[in-house]
Design a protein around this ligand. Structure first.
Ligand code: ZN
Length: 265
């Protein structure tokens, strides 16, 4: 059968001498995996669609496959929406890689999620236009974890179910904690400013740029990453490089490391 769709390149893995296995997020077929034969050959013998498959562009994809879930053979890819400037900024590039790794983790062959595809394209558009990477990635991951069913709770306290003074967040529980319940454990909880609480409850997309301080954005990012790890088991490969570029100090202000989410409260 022949599959034609709009797609983003999520992952590229070397295959044999000159080929790549490319995993795509497609608009109408979910995850599509193909072999791009000869793609690593350069010069005149190389493929003309090499450029379309090397970046963060939305491409028009054609491949042959036995089924929607089988490994197909890529026949053609053309750029539909170019995003040329992301690789020019190391931080934007690292942020885009975090977003695509998260998309890969939650994509399933044959399971189309057009709203997730649009969200990811929209976040890549913002990075391409030079929007602040930490603000883009913390917001898009927040919306994404809720879209795939691993969102956090901001309605009631994880300890007493109360609705007042919700001033902390427990990474381990993925839920807000009220001031009386959280007071003895402040070193293990994320403190929530009013703005952070509102952003984490409202999940606006695109983000309200400038509303949160950089430190608050870093906390929201950590909350979103902790939700993903709780849901998917293992850490993200692209997370440490992104944190390094943004500045590690920003992520350690309350003494957390990603492994702290295993502590009981
Ligand atoms: Zn409480």
């Amino acid at each position: 059968m022949r599959i034609q769709d709009e797609a983003l390149v999520l992952r590229r893995t070397p295959f044999r001498e000159t080929s790549l296995v490319i995993h795509f997020l497609t608009r109408n077929h979910g995850l599509v995996s193909t072999v791009a034969k000869g793609i690593r050959r350069s010069g005149r013998r190389g493929r003309s669609d090499r450029g379309a498959l090397s970046g963060f562009h939305t491409v028009s994809l054609a491949c042959r496959s036995r089924s929607f879930t089988a490994m197909g053979t890529l026949t053609r890819a053309e750029i539909l929406t170019a995003r040329q400037t992301i690789p020019a900024s190391a931080t934007a590039l690292a942020a885009a890689q975090v977003i695509l790794e998260v998309a890969y983790r939650f994509s399933v062959a044959g399971d189309a999620r057009p709203e997730v595809m649009m969200l990811i394209e929209s976040s890549l558009d913002l990075l391409d236009k030079g929007a602040p990477p930490l603000e883009v990635v913390s917001s898009v991951l927040s919306v994404l974890v809720h879209a795939v069913g691993y969102g956090w709770r901001t309605d009631v306290c994880a300890g007493c179910q109360g609705e007042d003074l919700l001033l902390f967040f427990s990474l381990r529980r993925g839920q807000v904690v009220c001031q009386p319940c959280g007071q003895p454990y402040t070193s293990r909880l994320v403190p929530l400013s009013k703005n952070m609480f509102n952003c984490m409850r409202k999940l606006a997309w695109p983000p309200d740029f400038g509303l949160l301080s950089t430190a608050e954005q870093a906390l929201v990012y950590r909350v979103a990453i902790a939700s993903l790890i709780r849901a998917g088991g293992k850490a993200l490969m692209t997370d440490p490089p992104f944190r390094n570029l943004v500045g590690h100090g920003l992520f350690s202000q309350t003494g957390y490391t990603p492994t702290d989410i295993r502590f009981s409260q």
